[in-house]
Design a protein around this ligand. Structure first.
Ligand code: IPE
Ligand code: IPE
Ligand code: MG
Length: 252
């Protein structure tokens, strides 16, 4: 079963609608600045974009949507922006959870949680518990998440559970300990806001993901922009190391 989830252990199934979309929601601050408003207004408007992208993914039949909300490096921002983001996160969890649940959406949060205050940790736990059995879209929010942190915590926990594997563990042994172990690797990665970098997001899982960069700032990203990204994805040839000829004639 594990191999089904790893593009380097087996060749994944490819479908016209991505099963898993990962998004770096970037450009909130610049969106606000362009309108002579404080950066935090951009973060507020960004929540609305997320709401419409979640709905669009649900309607399109995407199974997993994973979004980067706060990176392990975002603590480097000014204190007032960080505390605004924390209170927005708490408000959003409390306000949106009933509607996510009603829509059969399963909410998951990945990242190092111990740095968040108690109230926020409890709201995260409650939201996950409430929606744990839902069978529709799985929405994963990455908060205080870093791709390197993820690999490191997976290695530490694996070695704690199986010290004898220290020099022999394989990719398949590590897989169950990674934050996204239950999901297939992303088919499509979208970064808004014009930057062309990964910024420490899901580095392990993006090994064979199709990358799509949009200049649109996140608060302006909508259903149509998502459709353009998916259309671009549908034109890609996903070879996973093979040749084009092999794709056309699988026996070659
Ligand atoms: C992304 O928007 C949201 C977070 C990182 C929390 P930014 O806040 O990075 O916006 P820009 O990139 O400065 O415009
Ligand atoms: C990446 O955006 C993190 C999130 C969107 C949460 P940043 O705005 O923090 O990335 P850099 O600093 O431009 O690479
Ligand atoms: Mg940014």
């Amino acid at each position: 079963m594990t191999n089904q989830l790893s593009s380097t252990c087996a060749i994944p199934d490819v479908a016209p609608i991505p099963r898993h979309i990962a998004i770096i929601m970037d450009g909130n601050g610049r969106w606000a600045k362009q309108r002579f408003m404080p950066r935090i207004v951009g973060h507020q408007r960004g929540v609305e974009s997320l709401r419409s992208v979640v709905k669009a993914c649900r309607d399109l039949g995407v199974s997993y949507l994973t979004v980067f909300a706060f990176s392990s490096e975002n603590w480097r921002r000014p204190n007032d922006e960080v505390s605004f983001l924390m209170s927005l996160f708490l408000k959003m969890l409390n306000r949106e959870i009933a509607s996510l649940h009603k829509n059969n959406i399963r909410l998951k949060i990945i990242g190092e949680r111990s740095r968040f205050d108690e109230k926020l940790q409890q709201a995260m736990w409650h939201a996950e518990q409430l929606t744990a059995k839902n069978t529709g879209l799985t929405l994963t929010i990455a908060a205080n998440y870093g791709g390197r942190w993820d690999v490191m915590q997976a290695v530490h926990t694996l070695l704690k559970d199986h010290p004898a594997l220290a020099t022999t563990f394989t990719e398949a042994d590590l897989q169950p300990y990674l934050s996204m172990s239950e999901a297939p690797e992303p088919d499509l990665f979208i970064r808004t806001g014009g930057e062309m970098r990964i910024s420490n997001f899901m580095m392990w899982q993006l090994a064979y993901t199709e990358l799509y960069f949009s200049d649109i700032l996140w608060p302006a990203f909508d259903r149509d922009a998502l459709s353009l990204a998916i259309a671009s994805y549908q034109n890609r040839e996903r070879r996973f190391g093979r040749t084009s000829e092999q794709l056309r004639h699988p026996a070659v």
